[in-house]
Design a protein around this ligand. Structure first.
Ligand code: BES
Ligand code: MN
Ligand code: ZN
Length: 504
């Protein structure tokens, strides 16, 4: 979709549709009031009949209103004034966009960035408008023989602002919103693509496509021979059960002088997780095509950062493989030596994410990163603990955790911190190796992070468990593109407020 910033009065917009908000108890927001005046109280009279009382998400499409230039006006309920939360704002935008699209509107002027919100400014609203509009109209129908009937017809949204002095800031927010939305879209597309299409080689190709598009990106892909030569024994243990060759994908983004330590993003790239020999039950196993959502979010974030030309250095590291129970597969009880030299007793082959991640965390050290963040659909336990609303956050560096939590809040892509206390470490004790890859039934998300922490010592490291947030199940099944918005916000904050946000 195309987005532009416009000014001017709502009654003068010569477009197929103008969108304006109405608060609870039929209180017209500024734009609706202007339209009302231009139409000699036509709007007030219609509303009085009871068609719309302003409850959040209510809509009313009006045609050919006298005194106004647009063909239609879409009124949308915004709920009680002064109670417009972040979530409500997104709901309103989503409802408006769906209504426009369903009505066959191709082009609209939205005044929703001008709705007063108690906690957020114009920049935030402009950005959320773009991101929410793109999210709402997203469909994944490229593998259907005919496109979805509900395909997007709305292709241009003009975002109206009242004060021309805000135009340049609004344009910058629009640019950010577009870049984030493009990153989210890439992450969703990769994640929704099934594992017979989205293989480790496909992920590597996608990285190379990004390199072609953005000069600031440099891609390197290590194959199985190189992974062996490096002695990434934990990663290889997972890869050996599959016919599909693994890949370690390295994407470097240079936006700052080489002396500036990069941020390293490590994304779990299990293109299908069958569980391996510790095979999973059949129910919902299809969703394990989403076990590469961490990898997808790394590529999505790189895309957004490259698009925005952020003045930072960034390196994305993706261990990509299937987890399959082939004849050569690793077996419960097997002991492998990780790249760090620490030995691991693999008691459950379904705890494979931490195995591919631990070697990649060790590998990340060669980039001398300022901070390392891994992103992984790591544990079912995280879904039990936090559900679909918050990603789990565990970190060995409090300022980094605080910066990620703050970025989550602002972007609406929130995380919630869990403790990474020493106390949990002994659940990983092994009689035969340095430690085991599973820590028992209790606190599964924490013990998974405890395992990773053993490879992140003296790194400033954080772990995002996105098992609950990366995709939706049920009849709305589909990838969300999370946590691309959180990660891009975190990086934007590092650029803008290095003194209080850049940990290290
Ligand atoms: N990819 C899964 C985690 C997962 C499961 C995410 C279901 C979302 C929904 C991961 O590889 C896994 O299988 N984890 C195990 C760990 C256990 C064996 C310690 C789990 O969570 O059951
Ligand atoms: Mn697994
Ligand atoms: Zn997995």
């Amino acid at each position: 979709m195309e987005f532009t910033i416009i000014g001017g009065a709502p009654d003068k917009q010569r477009v197929p549709c103008v969108v304006a908000g109405v608060f609870d108890k039929r209180k017209l927001a500024e734009t609706a009031a202007q339209l009302d005046q231009a139409s000699h109280q036509y709007i007030r009279r219609i509303i009085k009949r009871g068609d719309l009382d302003g409850r959040c998400g209510q809509t009313l499409m009006l045609h050919q209103i006298p005194g106004t230039a647009a063909e239609r006006i879409l009124l949308i309920g915004c709920g009680p004034k002064n109670e417009l939360s972040d979530n409500k704002y997104r709901e309103i935008v989503a409802k408006a966009v769906t209504t426009l699209n369903d009505a066959g509107v191709t082009e609209a002027a939205s005044y929703l960035a001008e709705i007063p919100t108690p906690d957020r400014g114009l920049d935030w609203k402009v950005r959320q408008l773009v991101e929410t509009a793109e999210n709402t109209l997203y469909r994944f129908d490229r593998l259907k023989s005919k496109p979805d009937a509900s395909a997007a017809v709305l292709c241009s949204l003009r975002v109206a602002i009242a004060n021309p002095r805000d135009a340049s800031a609004a344009k910058e927010s629009l640019r950010e919103g577009r870049a984030i939305a493009a990153g989210v879209r890439l992450a969703k597309d990769l994640a929704n693509l099934p594992s017979n299409h989205c293989t480790p080689a496909y992920l590597a190709d996608e990285a190379r496509r990004l390199q072609k598009r953005y000069a600031a990106l440099k891609v390197e892909v290590l194959g199985v021979a190189q992974i062996k030569r490096l002695r990434m024994g934990a990663f290889l243990a997972v890869a050996r059960g599959s016919r599909e060759p693994p890949a370690l994908i390295i994407v470097q983004y240079r936006g700052a002088p080489a002396a500036q330590a990069p941020v390293a993003l490590v994304g779990k790239g299990i293109t299908f997780d069958s569980g391996g020999i510790s095979i999973k039950p059949a129910a919902a196993m299809d969703e394990m095509k989403y076990d590469m959502c961490g990898a997808a979010s790394v590529l999505g974030t790189l895309r957004a950062v490259a698009e925005l030309r952020l003045p930072i250095n960034l390196v994305g590291l993706i261990p990509a493989t299937e987890n399959m129970p082939g004849g050569n597969a690793v077996k419960p009880g097997d002991i492998v030596t990780s790249l760090s030299g620490q030995t691991i007793e693999i008691l459950n082959t379904d705890a494979e994410g931490r195995l591919v991640l631990c070697d990649t965390l060790t590998y990340s050290r060669r980039f001398k990163p300022g901070v390392v963040i891994d992103i992984a659909t790591l544990t079912g336990a995280c879904v039990v603990a936090l559900g679909q609303h918050a990603s789990g956050l565990l970190s060995n560096h409090e300022p980094l955790a605080a910066a990620l939590l703050a970025a989550g809040g602002r972007s609406g892509d929130r995380a919630w911190q869990l403790p990474l206390w020493e106390d949990y470490q002994k659940q990983l004790d092994s009689r035969f190796a340095d430690f085991a890859n599973v820590g028992g039934r209790e606190a599964g998300s924490i013990t998974a992070a405890c395992f990773l922490a053993r490879f992140a010592k003296d790194l400033k490291w954080a772990h995002l468990d996105i098992a609950g947030t990366a995709w939706r199940t049920g009849n709305k099944k589909g990838a969300t593109g999370r946590p691309v918005p959180l990660l891009v916000q975190f990086l934007l904050d590092r650029v803008r407020k290095p003194e209080d946000h850049a940990p290290g």
